[in-house]
Design a protein around this ligand. Structure first.
Ligand SMILES: NC(=O)c1ccc[n+]([C@@H]2O[C@H](COP(=O)([O-])OP(=O)(O)OC[C@H]3O[C@@H](n4cnc5c(N)ncnc54)[C@H](OP(=O)(O)O)[C@@H]3O)[C@@H](O)[C@H]2O)c1
Length: 200
């Protein structure tokens, strides 16, 4: 398969890219890293990537940011940052990318455990993740050309554990290998409109 991985050089993305590269042709993309340039928060940038590069069998997004701060400190603008970047970025990726995919292709987004089990300081990130879960369920009903759209929702991963474990006391850590295998399962499977949770 020819697979585009947005965020393919990030903490999770680089492990998924390496794992999938043994059986597939991988093209990575990011704002400042990867084979191709894309900024999910800018729909013109998404369109530009697909106008110049298409024929993908799968597109995986493992990118997107939201502001973490105490609820009392989060401004309206802070919420809009996550909405513009991680939420609308991935919505626009589906909206635009589906037109450039091969028949039967799959689009897989990434959210996170905060949608279901939030911790303090994550009202913005939780809102964005939950919104994407609902979006994917609804959008999958209207995909044409046999395109599938799904989302992977990971818990705190091994490679981020040192940095973030104090925010997630008692939470289980997700093994990078198990997470990479989940993306493989999603892009190769038949499921559509599913939220694949991996929290341990
Ligand atoms: N790490 C975890 O434990 C964990 C757990 C659950 C969910 N998640 C979610 O999984 C996603 C990836 O996490 P990560 O830890 O791998 O993050 P990361 O290390 O910061 O990597 C993110 C990657 O996405 C790219 N990126 C960020 N914003 C982008 C944008 N607007 N347009 C295009 N590319 C963009 C970055 O590259 P450039 O800087 O070059 O753009 C980078 O390669 C995030 O949405 C995160 O919330 C992570």
């Amino acid at each position: 398969m020819k697979i585009l991985i947005i965020g393919g050089n990030g903490t999770i993305g680089k492990k998924v890219s390496t794992f999938l590269s043994t059986k597939n042709k991988i093209i990575t993309a990011g704002r400042n890293s990867g084979d191709l340039k894309i900024d999910l928060s800018d729909s013109d940038s998404i369109k530009n990537l697909f106008e110049n590069n298409n024929d993908f069998d799968a597109v995986i997004s493992i990118a997107g940011e939201a502001v973490w701060a105490p609820f009392k400190d989060l401004t309206e603008e802070d919420y809009y940052k996550g909405i513009k970047n991680k939420l609308m970025g991935q919505v626009n990726l589906v909206k635009i990318g589906r037109n450039y995919m091969n028949h039967g292709g799959s689009i897989t987004l990434t959210t996170g455990i905060l949608a279901d089990n939030p911790v303090k300081m994550t009202t913005s990130a939780a809102l964005v993740n939950g919104g994407i879960h609902s979006f994917v369920k609804a959008a999958s009903l209207e995909m044409e050309n046999n395109i599938r759209v799904n989302v992977v929702s990971p818990g705190l991963v091994e490679d981020s554990a040192v940095k973030y474990k104090d925010y997630f006391p008692g939470y289980e850590i997700v093994k990078m290998q198990n997470l990479a295998e989940l993306y493989e399962k999603v892009i190769n499977g038949e499921q559509n409109g599913q939220v694949f949770r991996i929290y341990s």
